[in-house]
Design a protein around this ligand. Structure first.
Ligand code: SF4
Length: 772
């Protein structure tokens, strides 16, 4: 196997030592670094006529089945013919504003290794007496230099290169041996159940073809039909057939991650060499919450790089790497669990992670595509959430009062100087555009703002943010960093972004909002070797493809509706239009009470807003057993709410669509008889939605109807969560009979239109049919 690697990466992999230190990165920008380095090289040339800059080198190394080629460019080479000896000088230049004596070991160890490797790779025809390696740090503002010189023999440097290359090859050889075993088992991998159900087979087939042919499949199948295993199985088959090197499974929430990990563990039973890892957010896995990632604040940061290779090896041997496994090894080996999970992910076959690590330009993991794992398949679970999540990733907001307070806290004068033009831009332009309370949307806010933000991040002051240690300042800097990133993405598609200015009596908010992230989703997905986006709520598929900027195949499982399993009733004679709500609230409350008395079990009653929920709740007799969702519920209150729903018979749980009880919680099935969805709940008009509506022929659907109907189908989806579940969905509003709305219904629904007066007998008939 032929593997290529740059000197920097090789040095980093084999020789990095020391602590994690969030102050350790280089301070100079790439642009500054190049300019400073060139100027320094010119000065060296004047001093040493034999000095050559940017000398390309490459050296091969063979080990077992691995042919390694190491390549790079030496910053400076000179042969000095001195009085008693001929000396070869190999120089590595680093541009930094740091005091060279305080560069942490995690960086210094890599720099030193780089220059020694270069010296071991340089081929020279002249006979030299010794080799001098020079590691030179240059300050980009003052051009002050500090050089560390070391003298070694050619033989020593040659052995150093060989030992380094061997170390890397031994690691690669172990990985390649495992991959061979993995591929052989994956080629023979069988579906881990005796049979496929009617949605699993089409998903597995279409999914395999998509990953093999590098297309972007969109797949809809009902909740509880085993989509997770039906999506992961073809990915492992594609690995076995040599079409893929690894798969990334992106989820919208942690419950999805657990399901994915279980599916890969199931496949692993027949393939011991298959390794999967779940990467969780840093805040979730951190063992020293609240501390900075530095040796003086976190014991796991101290000496992390000295031990992380061993820890990585231990985890890779486990094969199934979840949070508990990472936690245990991180504690035993005293390494940072988050960094450890990323290192393990780099060498794993299946990486399970949040959407962030794939789509967020600020945190996406570049290591997911690597030397041995080039062709990476992408699985996107709950893909109906993708547009909204990516839209948020490409948006940022500033509360100007909070921003002003943060700037006032900045102690460092140079950082304060750089923030000042940004603060001025925010304040002056905001005042000019929106002087009194209200909200406006504009295409441009201030053309000079981008330059001011670029200057901030090009400068040394950003390094001081860690020293500044004010949370408020850090939060603002992070949001400015997001603004800078979004600016760059927006340049390609300015029409898909909008500035929103909102002013009340006491606050001013400035938001740069992405309207449609289709181009970014397309660009990100293009770096993968095919994808499967799947969910129970992806009708109509064409619309989701439009939102995702993708043109791949669409597959929707046409399940035969089974009314004994799921009965869907539409009650059109109670209008829930906003203007009718007060008038129809008594009739609605009466119908809900009848449902409660007629049908055994508990019901989720989903409303489009808290105001509507409270209006109807107020109509119910006090004797009714009603749980009501509150606007801000903490974890304990939510658990209490769910346990009461599970324990109490005939409870009505009034909840809001799109909230925590209709989207992100699996309600214990035995607890729920059915779901009543009150109104399609179209979102109110807003400046943002109106802009989005004007963007494309599908604008109205993407801005209004699709998000509303996704919430409806999600809320309805709480009732039947597995193949053995039974339940009822009641949709209340005349719009549920119109094709513009019914086109969003999943294909396995067979809605029956009934008047409110006829609903109770229908429910009783359903219950009877379930009992028999
Ligand atoms: S354990 Fe927490 S504080 Fe320590 S290095 Fe890791 S993430 Fe940073």
């Amino acid at each position: 196997m032929r593997i290529q690697i740059g000197v920097g990466d090789l040095a980093m992999f084999v020789h990095r030592r020391g602590d994690i230190d969030d102050r350790s990165e280089e301070q100079a920008t790439a642009r500054e670094g190049i300019a400073t380095q060139r100027a320094y090289q010119q000065r060296q040339k004047l001093e040493m006529p034999s000095y050559d800059a940017e000398v390309r080198v490459a050296r091969d190394f063979a080990y077992e089945t691995i042919d390694l080629r190491v390549s790079g460019r030496i910053d400076g080479v000179a042969i000095l013919d001195e009085l008693h000896e001929k000396r070869l000088v190999i120089e590595e230049i680093k541009t930094t504003r740091k005091n060279p004596n305080s560069i942490p070991l995690c960086d210094r160890s890599v720099h030193e290794a780089q220059v020694r490797l270069y010296a071991g790779m340089f081929e020279h025809e002249e006979t030299v007496d010794c080799v001098e390696t020079r590691l030179t740090y240059v300050h980009p503002d003052t051009n002050a230099t500090t050089t560390v010189e070391t003298e070694e023999s050619i033989e020593e440097l040659d052995s150093y290169f060989e030992a380094t290359a061997r170390n890397y090859c031994e690691w690669l050889h172990d990985v390649c041996t495992r991959i061979e075993g993995r591929n052989a088992s994956a080629a023979k991998q069988m579906f881990p159940f005796e049979t496929y159900n009617e949605s699993q087979l089409p998903l597995a087939r279409a999914g395999y073809v998509s990953l093999r042919d590098e297309t972007n499949l969109l797949f809809e199948a009902p909740t509880g039909t085993g989509k997770t295993i039906a999506a992961t199985f073809p990915a492992v088959k594609a690995i076995g057939e040599g079409d893929l090197d690894r798969v990334v499974y992106a989820t919208a929430r942690t419950t999805g991650q657990r399901a994915a990990a279980s599916a890969f563990s199931l496949l692993q039973k027949a393939n011991a060499d298959l390794i999967h890892v779940t990467v969780s957010a840093k805040e979730r896995v951190c063992l020293t919450p609240g501390a900075a990632c530095r040796p003086d604040e976190c014991e796991y940061a101290k000496g992390h790089y000295d031990r992380v290779r061993d820890a990585t090896k231990m985890l890779l041997r486990k094969g199934s790497v979840d949070r508990a496994a990472i936690d245990a090894i991180a504690k035993t080996k005293k390494v940072c669990p988050f960094e450890l999970s990323l290192d393990v992910a780099e060498w794993s076959d299946a990486v399970i992670c949040d959407y962030n690590y794939v789509f967020d330009p600020l945190v996406q993991l570049s290591r997911l595509q690597s030397r041995l794992f080039k062709r990476v398949g992408l699985l996107v679970d709950e893909a109906h959430r993708l547009t909204e999540r990516v839209r948020d990733m490409l948006s940022c907001a500033f509360d100007l009062e909070v921003f002003d307070e943060a700037v006032a806290q900045v102690d460092d004068p140079s950082l304060a100087r750089l923030l000042q033009p940004i603060q001025n831009s925010f304040t002056q332009n905001f005042e000019a555009l929106l002087a009194s309370p209200g909200e406006i949307a504009v295409d441009e806010f201030d053309s000079d703002l981008k330059t001011a933000v670029d200057r901030l991040f090009d400068a040394d002051a950003v390094r001081l943010l860690t020293a500044a240690a004010h949370d408020a300042v850090n939060a603002c800097l992070f949001e400015l960093m997001r603004l800078r990133t979004i600016h760059a993405i927006r340049d390609d598609n300015p029409a898909k972004f909008v500035w929103l200015l909102n002013r009340s009596e006491s606050s001013r908010t400035l938001t740069l909002r992405c309207l449609l992230p289709d181009a970014w989703i397309r660009e990100t997905t293009a770096s993968y070797h095919g994808s499967i986006r799947f969910s129970g709520t992806m009708s109509p598929g064409e619309l989701f493809n439009e939102e995702h900027g993708l043109t791949g195949p669409i597959k929707q499982v046409e399940l035969t509706p089974d009314k004994r399993r799921l009965s869907v009733f539409v009650v059109p004679n109670i209008s829930t239009y906003w203007s009718d709500r007060a008038q129809t609230a008594p009739a609605l409350a009466q119908l809900i009470t009848q449902i409660q008395h007629a049908a055994k079990g508990s019901w989720l009653i989903a409303f489009p807003s808290f105001a509507y929920l409270e209006l109807v709740a107020a109509q119910l007799a006090e004797s009714n057993d009603v749980l009501v969702q509150k606007t801000q519920m903490n974890l304990e209150e939510r658990e209490e709410f769910l346990s009461r729903l599970a324990l109490d018979e005939r409870t009505l749980a009034f909840v809001v669509m799109g909230g925590v009880f209709t989207e992100s919680i699996d309600i214990e099935q035995s607890a729920l008889e059915g779901v009543v969805v009150v109104s399609p709940g179209l979102p109110p008009q807003s400046l943002e939605r109106e802009r989005l509506k004007a963007l494309s022929p599908f604008g109205y659907e993407i801005a209004y109807r699709r998000p509303a109907m996704t919430r409806v189908v999600q809320a309805a989806g709480r009732v039947v969560r597995s193949e053995t579940d039974r339940g009822v969905v009641v949709l209340i509003d005349p719009r549920y009979t119109r094709s513009e709305f019914t086109r969003y219904f999943p294909s396995h629904w067979a809605p029956q239109i009934v008047k409110s007066a006829d609903l109770v007998p229908e429910l009783q008939a359903f219950q009877k049919s379930v009992r028999h």
